[in-house]
Design a protein around this ligand. Sequence first.
Ligand code: NAD
Length: 350
Amino acid sequence: MNKLIVTGSNGLIGSEVVAYFDALGWQVFGVDNNMRREFFGEKGDTRWNQRRLEATCKHITYYELDIRDRAGVLALLDQVKPDMIVHAAAQPSHDLAATRPFDDFDVNAGGTLNMLEATHRIAPEAIFVHMSTNKVYGDRPNTIALAELDSRWDYSDPAYANGIDESFSIDQSKHSLFGVSKVAADVLVQEYGRYFGMRACCLRAGCLTGPHHSGVELHGFLSYLIRCNVEEREYTIYGYKGKQVRDNIHSYDVARCIELFYEHPQSGAVFNLGGGRANTVSILEAFERVEQLTGKPMHYHYDDQARVGDHICYISNLSHLRESLPGWDITKSLDDIFEEIVVSWRERLR
Ligand SMILES: NC(=O)c1ccc[n+]([C@@H]2O[C@H](COP(=O)([O-])OP(=O)(O)OC[C@H]3O[C@@H](n4cnc5c(N)ncnc54)[C@H](O)[C@@H]3O)[C@@H](O)[C@H]2O)c1
């Protein structure tokens, strides 16, 4: 039986990966200490998701381990000797990092180093998949020429018609401290691939989403927006007239990508991974979609101050991914994503 370690296994991506590989018959070892609750308070609590998986998965073992615990991580790798590691534990918020710089860096950069070095020492043949982010590009995407349309911004430079690819510079732009800790993790993963030959990759994600996100204002764009609508709570738009564009990918399509990377591994690979142009939505457009689904009006407040380093328009170019991982593509449309998240919040808030 193949063995998989998933860090951040109670979170959006971790939980999807646990369920996906459990269904494929892998033996799965989940690592999570519910630090999302510590970061975001009660609404960020991910225990409900852990309970859901423990009730539905056949081959899952949970470890209440902090990835900052270097000795604990080494002991876990030694005990499991995994065939693959999916590293999805993180402090995931751009904004929160400014007030918790040490926690942010220790979890995102230090935790990743712990996972990499333990893998290198104990299971060097294992496949290592790291969840990186488009925030490694800092606010440089905001330098691309834009056109203002009725409900969204879009690139007016034809070079970006299909989105931003992996050759885009990560240097000399404003990242937020979160972006910096994720750059550190991203280049560490590349280095363990290039220097040590480990079969490791970075998935630089756009907006990851799905019904199992514990969305809060500071992290989880669509999950939080839809929750506000379902609960009839006020949503705050920060700047850019609410026309800022995100590309959204369902966590299921991330899990499929990881399975294909396992089948076609490379050393030190970098992929932009998002919903692509077809799955883009602006905040104003998301309001309209969710209102149509629930029949409830969106209550919102506009704050002219944009979030520091927020992308005005971000679309992932998926060409490199599609070419490298034959058979991979988006299977969940924006309609599917909205419907699943609405259903999930209705059930969870009952
Ligand atoms: N959600 C997005 O839109 C998005 C976008 C780009 C990149 N990413 C990246 O993808 C990854 C997964 O994101 P997600 O949305 O699933 O996040 P999430 O917050 O839902 O899940 C992360 C999990 O990691 C756990 N965790 C945090 N610190 C830990 C620690 N020290 N030890 C053990 N567990 C810890 C949390 O409790 C949580 O359950 C992260 O690396 C994130 O930066 C997410």
